[in-house]
Write a protein that binds this ligand. Structure first.
Ligand code: BTN
Length: 248
């Protein structure tokens, strides 16, 4: 079921996620589509993702039959990026902001957008997850709230070496996922978790929430301890999708 990574490169694509979405039924597990730049890069919640030359823009196909836990593939990708950064730039201390942003200091260096195609041609109840990763490497940081590795280090880095490190680490987590060993992924992720035990503000489709980021559940949801508004009891809330805003 698990394939060897197969990296396919394009100088320019609209979006590596869109491209993989178009071809996913005809390619193998662990096919990786890389673009030199993207003209229609997409972020979470339909946001634009600026993808000029010099960044690492790629999408990985993971074929599996465990859609309830597909969220954890995003976690696996975030840890793999953090480890690849640590290897390429030992001076930098990457942190992960739940669920999937990789930060250097308070600034975002990488975002991940996972899209799941359930069923699909000849796939029965299987799931093709398209894990799209955008890492600012030698490009200028596109926003005040973002950074790039070269901006932090004052030197350019080798994109191929970073991608190779990512693939090595991600392949191991992909195998954990296949064996349904979710704890290994979450524990790996927690090594880089920046908000453990800290006060956080989170904005979700159901409203905003303040509390202490306490733990991560087996499905990847964030467990927050917050003082209830109605009663004064301390309650625990689990959030599966939202935007986490860190205090300044
Ligand atoms: C986010 O933080 O909002 C997620 C950003 C994901 C960007 C990557 S770049 C490669 C892949 N192709 C896309 O269009 N988006 C993802």
């Amino acid at each position: 079921m698990m394939g060897d990574p197969n990296i396919i490169r394009f100088p320019v694509l609209g979006s590596t996620n869109d491209h993989l979405n178009d071809v996913h039924a005809d390619v193998d597990d662990m096919t990786i589509i890389v673009a030199g730049r993207q003209t229609r890069g997409r972020g979470r919640f339909g946001r634009e993702w600026v993808s000029d030359d010099g960044g690492l823009w790629f999408s990985v196909l993971v074929r599996h039959d465990d859609p309830e836990h597909a969220f954890l593939l995003t976690f696996a990708a975030a840890v793999s990026v953090a480890e690849a950064i640590r290897k390429a730039a030992p001076g930098l201390e990457p942190k992960i902001k739940w669920p999937n942003d990789v930060l250097i200091g308070q600034k975002k260096v990488c975002g991940i957008l996972t899209e799941n195609v359930i069923g699909g041609r000849g796939r029965g109840s299987g799931c093709d997850s398209i894990v799209g990763i955008g890492l600012n490497v030698n490009n200028d940081p596109p926003l005040d709230t973002s950074t790039s590795l070269s901006h932090e280090l004052d030197r350019e880095l080798d994109l191929t070496a970073i991608l190779d490190s990512f693939v090595l680490v991600f392949s191991r987590y992909r195998e954990d996922f296949r064996r349904r060993d979710y704890r290994r992924i979450i524990d790996g992720w927690k090594v880089f978790w920046g908000s453990a035990g800290k006060q956080v503000h989170i904005s979700t489709v159901h409203g905003d929430l303040d509390g202490i980021a306490e733990d991560i559940a087996d499905d990847g949801s964030l467990i927050i301890r917050s003082g209830g508004e109605v009663s004064s009891d301390v309650e625990k809330v689990q959030v599966l999708e939202g935007d986490l805003i860190l205090p300044e």
